[in-house]
Each structure stands twice: as structure tokens, then as C-alpha cells.
Design a protein around this ligand. Sequence first.
Ligand SMILES: Cc1ncc(COP(=O)(O)O)c(C=O)c1O
Length: 400
Amino acid sequence: MTDHGLRAADYGTVSQSARLAAVQAPVIPIVGRWIAETPGTISLGQGIVSYGPPPQVMQAVATFGSTLAEHRYGPVEGSAELVGLIEEKLARENGITVRPASRLFVTAGGNQAFVNAVLAVTDPGDEVILPTPFYFNHEMAVVIAGAVPVGVPTTREYQLDVEATAAAITPRTRAIVTVSPNNPTGAVYPEQALRRVNQLCRDRGVFHIHDEAYEYFAYAPARHFSPGSIADAAAHTLSLYSLSKGYGMASWRVGYMVVPAGLWEAVNKIQDTLLICPPAASQAAAGAALRVGRAYPDGHTAQLDRMRHDIYETLSASDVPCEVPAVAGAFYYLIRVDSQLDSMTLAERLIREHKVATIPGSAFADSAPCSVRISYGALEPTAVEEGIGRLVRGLRAVGV
Ligand SMILES: Cc1ncc(COP(=O)(O)O)c(C=O)c1O
């Protein structure tokens, strides 16, 4: 019985929307359950960094809330102070001039920025091109919006196939999504490839949505490039950013997006409905992080780069039954495993039998029949080394 004296049956049959039923279940909680059931597991699963924000962030938070205004709704796009700091950062680091051709929105992380983007540019049934393997939340957002994700495979080295991308464009295509440095592959797309995709978008009248959540994690000689900096890109380019990775602020939920001025009205409606305004305390924290600047994330990349090298050496050995594309970014490897198992079964067995967690490649629509993503960002080097050792033993145990 309910509060109103009705039985569940009195409500008739209730079910979730068919659209949502088609959305893949988030994989991280499934892997999380396997880990919880297997004490002592080392997690090379979730894509987070091992460090927290700079101390200046906590100092800013300690003094937050002394005025009444800080407890009230603020501007939809974010506080004038934070918007100004981000505009300066974009000009300095990314070569992007926000106004007048573009506009900036502070969002609850890069994920919300992507949802805003998809809702702003698609109608139900429209197509969004996602190079595969893709970041699963991107595909989920496209399906939630009622649009159709169109996967275009990347090359064996996980680089963009621009010809195949062009061939996938139809009259229903509204956007091409690129992510560089990439999750889940770790690939960094060269400037030339991103320029070609951006030009393709301009020529064919579709938007280029570019996710730069890992902008600080491109290891030399690879270089990070922002297509939003290309002359005349502003009218068709959306650039998405996050403080979660570089500044170790995943829980604070701060990201931002640069959108064409012509999309301002649409994004403003979406943001006003979803968020009203970005959380003020998180904006204060983000402002403090941006004042510290990129020296902070840059101070952590040498250690990640060493781990990247070490893992590559270890997994490339001829007696480890997997293929490891040499990639130069983020803190991921997506390895193809020579095994009869499917990706999900392999990931579960690696946890239950070898106490090391990875994410199954199938969650990213990887076409390889058996692959797993390794994240080396979240742990100290000794724990990563131990985890990779367990992984190697596990791969040898299941390899063909
Ligand atoms: C490519 C990519 N974009 C966005 C995000 C989400 O970032 P945020 O925490 O800012 O929502 C992630 C997180 O893993 C990611 O890999």
C-alpha cells in the first residue's frame, strides 16, 4: 500500500521510456561490484588521477559562503569571475578567443557539457558520428537525446580515419565527435588530423564537438591541439573541458564548454533547465585551481609518462598474449588480448582470479573480440607495477 491507500497494481503497468531502455548500463558500477566482492583487488579501472587539487582550492573553499549572495542562484553560464578566468586560460593555453564568435558555459563537468552539446544540435533521429572505440557516456548521451550514434572505426593504432568519417556523413548527420587525448585508447590525434575533421565539418555543414578533458596529458613529442583555435572554426566547433583530470577535482563537477554564438540560446535553455547555475562552491574551487594554473597538472605528468613507458615495455614482451598500440596520451592503454574469452568475461576473471581490475573493451564498442582498458592514472607507481604484474599473469592464464 502507498501513502494514498493505493496498491501498486492500481497504477497499471509502469515502465521506463523505450529510449532509456536502449541505453547501455554503466559499466563502472558493475566492475565496482566485482571489485567489492574480491577484497585485495588492485584497480586499474576507473579513469581518475592519483592526486587531489592544489591546496589553494581548499583555502578558497574554507572562506566560501561568508556573503549571502554566495548562497543564491548565480548567472546561468557561470560566475563572471570564473568565466573571465576561463576565457583568459583558453586564450593563453588553447589559442581560443571566446567572444564575440563563441560563448562560454561553466558546466557540471565535461559530461554535462557533452549532454548540453548533443541536446543543442540534434533532433530525435539525427545522427552523431563517434569514432570507435568511444567514451561510453558519449554514446549514452546521444541515445538519451533520441539521436543515433554512428560508430566509425579508428585505425589499428586508434587514429582517426578521416576518409571513413567523411563517408559516414548522411543528410541526418549533425555532429562529429572527437576526443584527444583519447579515452579509452590513449591516442593523441595530430593537429593535421583534427584540422581535416574540422574542415570536413565546415564543408559538410555539421558541428565538430571536440572533448579536451585530457588536454594536459599529451606526452612529448605528441602535442595537444585545440581545433577551436582554427581560424573560422568558431561557428561550427564546440570545445569541451574538465577540471576533473588535470586538477584532480572529479568530485567537484566542474567543466566548461565553448559553443558557437549561434548556439547560445539553445544551450542557455538546456543549462537553465538542468542546472540553473553551476554550483557556487565548486566555481570558487575551480577559480582557485585556474589561478594556480597548468603548472599544477604539468607537475604530475612526468610520473605518468614513466608509467606509460614501463607498462608498454612490460605488456609488449613477446610472451604476453596481447597487442598494445603505442599511444601518447591520457593515462590509458586499450590492449587487444589473444584469448577465446569475450571482454566482459575476461575483465571479470581478471578480478576474481587475479585481483586486478580493468574495464572491458566492449563497454567502449571496441571491435576487438577481447580487449580491456588499463588506467594507470589513479594509483602510485608501485601499486600500478603490482597491478600490471597481476595482469600479465592473468593474461598468460587466459591467453590462447
Ligand atoms: C573523454 C571524457 N570526457 C569527459 C569525461 C567526464 O569528465 P567530467 O568529470 O568533467 O564530467 C571523461 C571522464 O572519464 C572522459 O573520459
